[in-house]
Structure formats: structure tokens, C-alpha cells
Design a protein around this ligand. Structure first.
Ligand SMILES: Cc1cc2nc3c(=O)[nH]c(=O)nc-3n(C[C@H](O)[C@H](O)[C@H](O)COP(=O)(O)OP(=O)(O)OC[C@H]3O[C@@H](n4cnc5c(N)ncnc54)[C@H](O)[C@@H]3O)c2cc1C
Length: 397
């Protein structure tokens, strides 16, 4: 493992640092939060403008191929961008699902026409995407999905229901799994469709999460017509495409930058609070806890470097690639739990109450990070995948 950066990578870092110093404050968006998808239209427009400006300055999707708007740079350059955005407390990218999940899937599985049609608008956040995978009876057992799509002439006709669809209320498009052959065994007969959320017959009903936000939704389809050209990969063979997206999703959810950011905030909190007439950060018991958490954050950082090396050398990362989501989301939850325990009773104050510290950031984060342990495949499912596909252990029936 080589941890030194090339002169070109160092130059990219300094250019970006200067750009962020000038532009983050101007964005009108404070800090990397909200990660929430419950945003009003004015805030959405601001986030879209922010992503567009970042793209125009050359700092979005650096490793995508040039012909689709990327720069064909190595994955380390993208990691540098992520690190610098974190240090500058830059706003998050509203088009993350398109950038991190659908875009890389289309680059591998999409037709030439699909790549040219969709990728540029993902980069600039002109089109925001949501993920239509889960259904009421198909979460962990995703292949049990029932939403039906029948090919009639040059259109699929879609009927059924999705649930927990994050951001569907303001998404322009959905990448969606549908059953196209009900007679086939359940992992076959599934197809991957791109659906315009403004199509007649789509109804979106927001669901309130325990954070109090309307982050995700139920989405109902009634005779929704989807052009046949919106099929990604082959008919009835969408399971492979779906899994490609899931791998990208798990890397996104387990990103170490989130843990680094949370740890920084936890440390600041511990320094600002007092226990036994001294800063909490000096309390011998809490100090041990901080040290144990920091060790886990550092371990994740070096794990990420190992994955980057694999990617740069074109190696499939196998087992290490499966670990990110499991370890990263559990770590974020433990960081938030430590903060809640430090806050004691103050953690119970609602966001708008005067006792709430930092506008209730930590209670919110604790609930949010619990959701991330479930979303994208629960901890139990990640453990099953690691055991079966990573360690070659027998399947549990
Ligand atoms: C914040 C959040 C955002 C989400 N956003 C989206 C989205 O945008 N799009 C989308 O499609 N979905 C989304 N989801 C849904 C998410 O993918 C599912 O919640 C998840 O896959 C679990 O499915 P389920 O809720 O049906 O739980 P279930 O599958 O019913 O699981 C219930 C419990 O049983 C356990 N379990 C189930 N099967 C096994 C097994 N074989 N072995 C061991 N334990 C098992 C699970 O670990 C869990 O603890 C989101 C979820 C959350 C929390």
C-alpha cells in the first residue's frame, strides 16, 4: 500500500481547497447537513445549484469516462475530493443516488443511448433519482418483489407498489425493479426499468420517519406506461443489474468520511462539556471510549485506502468490499450513542427547544444512523452476505 499522493493529486487538492474556501459560504447552505431528503423546493433548488457549480468547476464524478462528462481520473482523485469536501464542511450533493448508485450501474450495464441520455443530467443534478426496490413483502428478501411489468407493444405497463422510497416526493426519475416473468424462479423474471416519476398513474404518499421527517414514501403504480427503451440490461435478467447497484449503494452508505465527520463533532462536544469540574474529554472513562471509537474510525480509513488500491489496480476487492456498509453504519450509530450518553438529559430535548444542544443534532443523528443500519440491507443481511459470499460458509435455510 502506497500512502503518498502524486504531484498531480496534491495539485488537485490545493486547487479544490482554494475553490471551496471561496464557494462554500456563497452556496447559502450550512454545513454538510441536512442529509435528510425532507427538503422544501427552495432548498432543493439551492442544493441543485451547488452540485451544478461543483460539477462545472470539475469536482464531481472525476473517475467517470470523459465521453459521459467525467474526467477519467483515478479513484484516489475522487477520494481526495471527498476528503476536502469534508474538511471544508461543504454541503452534501443532492444527486447522490444518481451519482453513486445509478450512474456507475449505467456505465457498466446501460446502452449507449441510455448513457448519453441520463449520465449528463445526473452530474449536474438536473434530474434527481430515487430507488424503487423495496416492497411491503420484499425487503431483505428483495427477490420476492411483485410489482408487475408487462411488455405491450413498445411499452411496459407497470402495476404494483414500492415502499420506503427515499426522496420519491421530489425525484424526477426512479430506477426500479419489476417482475416481468411471474412463472420464472424468483431471482429470474426480474427486470430493471428507468421510470419517469411524472408518468400518469404514479402516486407518491410520504411516510413519517422517527426523526419526524417525511424522508421516504410509498409509491403506487397503476397502469404506468414505461417506454421499452428504458429497460437496463436484458429482459428478465435485471437481478444482476440490481446487485451492481446494491454494491455501489453499500459503498456509499459505509463511506468513512461520514464517520470521520461524526467523530470530529463528538470530540468537539466532549471538549465543550464538563464532568467533575473538568472537560468531559479529560474524564478517564469517556477518554477511553473516545480512543476506542477513534481507533475504529482510523481502521475504516485504512480499510478505505486498501479498497482504493484494489480499484486503482483493477482488482475486484471481494470480502473487503462487503465490509464497508456493515462496519461503517454500525460505527456511526455507536458514535451517536456515545454523544447521547455524554449529553444525558439534554439529549431528550426536541430540536426547537432551548435546552437542545446544537439544534438537536445528536438525537437526530442517532435516529438517522439507526435507519442507515437497516437501509441498503440490514446488518443481519450484510453478515449473511459476508459469511456466504465472502467466507464461503454454507447458506442458512
Ligand atoms: C432510512 C431508510 C431508507 C430507505 N430507503 C430506501 C429506498 O430509497 N429505496 C428502497 O427500495 N428501499 C429503501 N429502504 C428499505 C430497506 O432497503 C429495507 O428496509 C431493508 O432492506 C429491510 O427490509 P424490511 O424493512 O422489509 O425488513 P425485513 O426484511 O422484514 O427484516 C426484518 C428483520 O428481520 C431480519 N431478517 C430478515 N431476513 C433475514 C435473514 N435471512 N437472516 C437474518 N435476519 C433476517 C432483518 O435483518 C430485520 O432485522 C430504506 C430503509 C430505511 C430504513
Amino acid at each position: 500500500m502506497d500512502l503518498t499522493f502524486s504531484p498531480e493529486q496534491e495539485a488537485l487538492r490545493s486547487r479544490l481547497r482554494a475553490w471551496l474556501a471561496e464557494n462554500v459560504a456563497r452556496s447559502g447552505l450550512k454545513g454538510p447537513r441536512p442529509r435528510s431528503v425532507d427538503l422544501d423546493s427552495e432548498t432543493i433548488a439551492r442544493y441543485k445549484r451547488w452540485q451544478q457549480r461543483l460539477y462545472e468547476a470539475g469536482y464531481v464524478a472525476l473517475s467517470w469516462p470523459k465521453e459521459y462528462g467525467g474526467q477519467a481520473l483515478d479513484p484516489v482523485s475522487q477520494a481526495i475530493v471527498n476528503e476536502e469536501m469534508l474538511c471544508a464542511q461543504a454541503p452534501a450533493l443532492i444527486g447522490a443516488m444518481g451519482l453513486e448508485m445509478l450512474g456507475p450501474t449505467l456505465i457498466t450495464w446501460g446502452s449507449e443511448a441510455q448513457k448519453r441520455r441520463y449520465l449528463p443530467k445526473i452530474l449536474t443534478a438536473e434530474e434527481i433519482w430515487c430507488q424503487g426496490y423495496s416492497e411491503p413483502e420484499a425487503g431483505s428478501d428483495l427477490a420476492a418483489l411483485k410489482t408487475r411489468a408487462e411488455l405491450k407493444g413498445d411499452c411496459f405497463v407497470v402495476n404494483g407498489q414500492k415502499v420506503w422510497t427515499s426522496g420519491a416526493q421530489h425525484a424526477d426519475m426512479m430506477f426500479c425493479l419489476v417482475r416481468t416473468d411471474p412463472a420464472a424462479p424468483k431471482h429470474h423474471g426480474i427486470s430493471y426499468l428507468l421510470i419517469d416519476m411524472r408518468s400518469p398513474g404514479i402516486r407518491v404518499r410520504p411516510l413519517v420517519q422517527m426523526t419526524g421527517e417525511r424522508g421516504f414514501n410509498e409509491v403506487f403504480f397503476e397502469d404506468v406506461q414505461v417506454p421499452a427503451e428504458n429497460l437496463v440490461g436484458r429482459l428478465n435478467e435485471g437481478w444482476q443489474v440490481a446487485n451492481a447497484t446494491l454494491v455501489h449503494e453499500r459503498n456509499m452508505l459505509g463511506a468513512v468520511t461520514q464517520s470521520q465527520q461524526l467523530f470530529g463533532r463528538l470530540l468537539a462536544l466532549a471538549r465543550s462539556m464538563r464532568r467533575n469540574a473538568a472537560p468531559l474529554s479529560r474524564d478517564p472513562v469517556f477518554r477511553q471510549r473516545l480512543a476506542a471509537l477513534e481507533i475504529r474510525v482510523e481502521a475504516m480509513k485504512h480499510h478505505m485506502y486498501r479498497l482504493l488500491t484494489d480499484r486503482q489496480k483493477g482488482r475486484h476487492s471481494g470480502l473487503p468490499g462487503m465490509i464497508n456498509k456493515l462496519v461503517g453504519t454500525e460505527l456511526n450509530y455507536d458514535l451517536a450513542t456515545a454523544a447521547l450518553e455524554a449529553l444525558g438529559d439534554a439529549a431528550l430535548a426536541a430540536r426547537d427547544e432551548p435546552e437542545a444542544l446544537d439544534h438537536g443534532f445528536w438525537p437526530y443523528e442517532w435516529m438517522f444512523s439507526l435507519g442507515m443500519i437497516i437501509g441498503g440491507g440490514t446488518t443481519h443481511i450484510q453478515k449473511n452476505i459476508i459469511a456466504e459470499r465472502g467466507l464461503g460458509m454454507p447458506r442458512i435455510r
